[in-house]
Design a protein around this ligand. Structure first.
Ligand SMILES: *Cc1c(COP(=O)(O)O)cnc(C)c1O
Length: 395
């Protein structure tokens, strides 16, 4: 079946899978570590690469391949490598593409563990990283050195939802012969296609929206075959941060409902942001779907909708923010995101607690900031659960 011409919603359901002789309607799982060959000749050809086909599940598995093909189709990329986690997708990307003496320019507003990977581990192997403000294009340009090999960013940023101009960043990157690597975890291909905007590689934590139900850990990298196959799959098959067939099957099924889930996340998030913005106990709301957001126009140009994450500052300090967290009865108090279950987080004391108080204040992670990953419960119930705490503050 040719699926290239299909719309995104159809690709999410139909792309990437080849039915077996059993004619199953739902995708099969292949939980096998290795594959048999019909003859000594075929074994030799598979090992040499003269014949394409399965060898060993550290690097080829039909279920994993189906997930890779489907995600690649949805992102509009030629190739995809699935990995054991979002972090191993980032690690594999840089292990595959960089060497000692190379330099990365990264947004300072990235997932905390990614920062640790850059500053503690890649640094140990002689790869240095300079951090710049996500939206300050001049700072990106000024940070480029002769040995700069990659730009890295997430957009919208977490938790303040700042938006990078990906077309402008990619122009700058191309001019300097630097790879633009975009972690598309928050938008997914449903809301934003970084490759179409000029990015070279797209990273995913499948753990978040791609699965969408908080069931497992996984990751992926998508891009051209040249940038993905030899460098990144080559590293992956050698080092082994492989996605398991069970997880691949789960993420494959997750992709099927991703377009409708993202639409529903975005609807609820916008309603929540609009309601919070006029609430007397709220000081400021960060959501790119609000006209008050500094990159509202850019968001409309670059994304199909504003996403499922809403952050806001309450009036008061940590005590007031914690009151809102502790007054919830339904919301999950957890740092996880992209789930059907709405979650509430106090970034200053959880996801961003390891950075210094000074740096935290400077980057806007104030003590009165809360982040909501808006799930798919009824909006009425989500709102009521947050209202409880806000009412306590406004009294
Ligand atoms: C969670 C997350 C990661 C890491 O993914 P894991 O699957 O937890 O390893 C990377 N980037 C972003 C933006 C994330 O939210």
């Amino acid at each position: 079946m040719k699926t290239e011409a299909f719309e995104l919603e159809t690709l999410a359901i139909r792309a990437g899978y080849t039915q077996t002789a059993e004619l199953e309607n739902s995708e099969a799982i292949f939980p096998t570590s290795s594959f048999r060959f019909a003859s000594a000749q075929q074994a030799a050809d598979r090992f040499s690469g003269a014949e394409k086909g399965n060898v060993y599940s550290r690097f080829t598995n039909p279920t994993v391949r189906a997930f890779e093909n489907r995600l690649a189709a949805m992102e509009g990329g030629e190739s995809c490598v699935a990995t054991a986690s979002g972090m191993s997708a980032i690690l594999s990307t840089f292990m595959g593409h960089l060497k000692a003496g190379d330099h990365i320019v990264s947004s300072q507003s990235i997932f905390g563990t990614t920062k640790v990977l850059f500053t503690k581990y890649l640094a140990k192997f002689g790869v240095e990283t300079t951090f710049v403000a996500l939206t300050d294009l001049q700072a990106w340009e000024a940070a480029v050195r002769p040995n700069t090999k990659a730009f890295f960013c997430e957009t919208p940023s977490n938790p303040l939802t700042e938006i990078a101009d990906l077309s402008a960043l990619s122009k700058l990157a191309k001019g300097k012969s630097v790879l633009l690597v975009v972690d598309n975890c928050f938008c997914t291909p449903v809301l934003q296609k970084p490759l179409a905007l000029g990015a070279d590689l797209v990273i995913h934590s499948a753990t978040k929206f791609l699965d969408g139900q908080g069931r497992g850990i996984g990751g992926a990298v998508v891009g051209s075959s040249e940038l993905v196959e030899e460098p990144i799959r080559g590293f992956m098959r050698t080092a082994g941060p492989t996605m398991s067939p069970f997880n691949a099957w789960m993420f494959l099924k997750g992709l099927e409902t991703l377009p409708v889930r993202m639409e529903a996340h975005c609807h609820r998030a916008l309603a929540l942001a609009e309601w919070l913005e006029q609430h007397p106990a709220v000081e400021q709301v960060f959501y790119p779907g609000l006209p008050s957001h500094p990159q509202f126009e850019l968001m409309k140009k670059q994304q199909t909708a504003a996403g499922g994450l809403v952050s806001f500052r309450v009036k008061g300090g940590r005590e007031a923010a914690w009151k809102v967290v502790d007054a919830t009865q339904m919301l999950s108090i957890t740092a996880n995101l992209g789930d059907v279950k709405t979650s509430i987080t106090h970034p200053a004391t959880t996801t961003h607690s390891r950075i210094s108080p000074d740096e935290r204040e400077r980057s806007g992670i104030t003590e009165n900031l809360l982040r909501i990953s808006v799930g798919l419960e009824s909006f009425v119930d989500i709102q009521a659960d947050i209202q409880r705490g806000l009412d306590l503050i406004s009294q």
